[in-house]
Design a protein around this ligand. Structure first.
Ligand code: PLP
Length: 463
């Protein structure tokens, strides 16, 4: 991916170049608790700790780059979502954000349900003991083999995404002598206020069946005619990294209108609606996410109001937060390598990972923050761009952030809020070895996904 070069010509060193940053923070040593996992802090020596363990010790034991996940924070977020939505709603963690056997066990213990969207995610969920009826299966192009496995396992619901799939699921269930509970995913025509590539409810895209033109109503008609399917509800997911509930308001309004049409046409009231995930988290100090309780209250008020207006019984609500649960719980720890100050521009700080462990900056223009974590510093702020070691100039981890001007090779820096869509989107580009995920809890650290080895790479290469 190429990015436009900076305009050539002289620049004043005291004029900061264009970027995403605002002003440097008053004290670079202070960790903004908004963007760091709950148990992260600095000890008396100025070293950052998580779950009571110094990052310097973690780097020694587990190497860098590595993701460190605060288990207590993860569990607390699960509980906060479950409590906020209470008994009358279901919380499904979106496994695509980050999934491993340990994560599945935590979800199970904390009472959450789980969304999967591939055979691989389904296998991980079942292998770690998630009861099938607490699993929802997603995806816009599920293979016949994946549908077979999901129905055979007895997943709680399949969220169907196309006309072809309605028929496939129905036939599969019939063949297996069962009835599959199904929701139909619709696109409601909402443009979520988020990056174009992660807004998923406007109509010109691959997910869902449009409400527009009566397509969703036709999908419902077909589903109701097929014996292998028990249609339990309508599903809508409007995007990701969303901070206000206005998009959900429009989505709920339109989904409830469909429920009313279904009642009028078929004489049935579908018992469930799913409003998807997409709730935003703080990647930088500028982001202000809402608390689960706030969100739950707002969503349930919206749905209740809409249903009262349509004279419908209020359906059971479900939501599917991924990022909002796991995102804030982890940080990526890197060792600083080369440092290149570019006069009048910024200082390029290279780390021992990059786009192979965090593709989101290159893919979505995502913003992150970064801090020096192996020590404190009294040096002034230096405008830095944290880049990886890959053969790509778009290999940027943190576009613009301030680091202390005395930063040196060998220092450890950490990028917070990398729990979601970083390890799960990690690649072997340049034959990089995907980093481990280490769970830290109350003075103990254990690997839950191990670091890849060169033998792992060679094992796949059978030529
Ligand atoms: C990606 C996705 C989610 C989770 O989105 P987050 O932004 O991680 O909360 C939930 N539901 C569906 C259908 C998704 O595709």
């Amino acid at each position: 991916m190429s990015r436009s070069a900076h305009p050539a010509g002289p620049r004043h060193a005291d004029v900061l170049p264009e970027g995403h940053y605002t002003a440097p923070p008053a004290d670079l040593n202070v960790l903004d608790e908004k963007v760091w996992a709950r148990t992260v802090g600095r000890n008396d020596d100025g070293v950052v700790t998580v779950g009571g363990i110094e990052v310097t010790r973690l780097a020694e034991e587990f190497g860098t780059p590595a993701y460190f996940l605060d288990e207590a924070d993860f569990r607390a977020r699960c509980r906060a979502w479950a409590d906020a939505f209470g008994k009358d709603a279901d919380v499904f963690y979106a496994g695509k954000a980050f999934l491993s056997r340990a994560v599945v066990r935590w979800l199970k213990e904390e009472g959450l349900n789980l969304d999967v969207c591939s055979g691989g995610e389904l296998t991980t969920a079942l292998d770690a003991g998630m009861p099938a009826d607490r699993i929802a299966f997603h995806g816009n192009n599920k293979s016949q083999e994946e549908i077979d496995r999901a129905v055979e396992a007895g997943v709680g619901r399949i969220v169907v995404d196309s006309f072809q799939e309605i028929v496939r699921v129905a036939h599969t269930a019939q063949r297996l002598g069962t009835r599959q509970r199904v929701q139909i995913r619709v696109t409601v025509g909402v443009e979520a206020h988020t990056h174009e590539f992660i807004a998923t409810a406007h109509e010109d895209q691959k997910f869902g069946i449009p409400l527009a033109g009566g397509q969703a109503a036709e999908a419902v008609r077909r589903a109701l005619r097929l014996d292998g399917i028990e249609l339990i509800g309508i599903h809508s997911h409007i995007g990701s990294q969303i901070f206000d509930t206005s998009g959900f308001e429009v989505a709920a309004h339109r989904v409830v209108r469909l429920l009313a049409e279904i009642r009028d046409e078929h004489g049935i009231e579908l018992p469930e609606i799913d409003l998807g995930g997409g709730l935003g988290i703080a990647y930088t100090s500028d982001d202000d996410p809402r608390e689960p309780h706030d969100i739950a209250k707002a969503l349930s008020e919206i749905v209740t109001r809409e249903c009262e207006a349509a004279r419908l019984r209020t359906p059971r609500i479900s939501v599917e937060p991924g990022r909002a649960i796991v995102g804030p719980t982890a940080f990526t720890l890197y060792e600083v390598g080369t440092i290149k100050p570019l006069e009048g521009l910024r200082t390029y700080v290279s780390v021992d990972g990059g786009m192979s462990d965090n593709i989101r900056t290159a893919l979505y223009d995502a913003e992150y923050s970064v801090a020096l974590v192996s020590r404190t510093s009294t040096a002034g702020p230096m405008l830095a761009r944290v880049v990886g070691k890959h053969c790509e100039s778009g290999d940027i981890v943190v576009k613009d952030a301030f680091l202390p001007a005395d930063l040196a090779p060998g220092d450890l820096i950490a990028v917070p809020a990398t729990g979601a869509y970083c390890r799960s989107m990690a690649s072997n580009y340049n034959h990089a070895l995907r980093p481990p995920v280490v769970a830290v809890n109350d003075g103990e650290a254990r690997v839950i996904v191990r670091r890849e080895t060169e033998e792992d790479l060679l094992r796949l290469d059978v030529g």
